[in-house]
Ligand binder design. Structure first.
Ligand SMILES: [Zn+2]
Length: 60
């Protein structure tokens, strides 16, 4: 059991034409990428989410 929800559990986002959208911004994702439009977005998203869950955990 993991202490924090896995980031891979967050649902993929799509626009009205079923294009996959980056989890961190509104850009489309290239075919060869999974969840983010760029490495920067991946790192930013991971950092934001980790801190969100850690802060939440500390407050409870
Ligand atoms: Zn992005």
């Amino acid at each position: 059991m993991s202490r924090y929800p896995k980031i891979s559990d967050t649902p993929d986002r799509f626009d009205l034409k079923s294009n996959k959208l980056c989890k961190n911004c509104e850009n489309f994702i290239a075919e060869n990428r999974k969840h983010y439009c760029s490495k920067e977005c991946m790192e930013q998203f991971n950092r934001n989410n980790s801190w969100f869950f850690i802060r939440k955990d500390v407050q409870e």
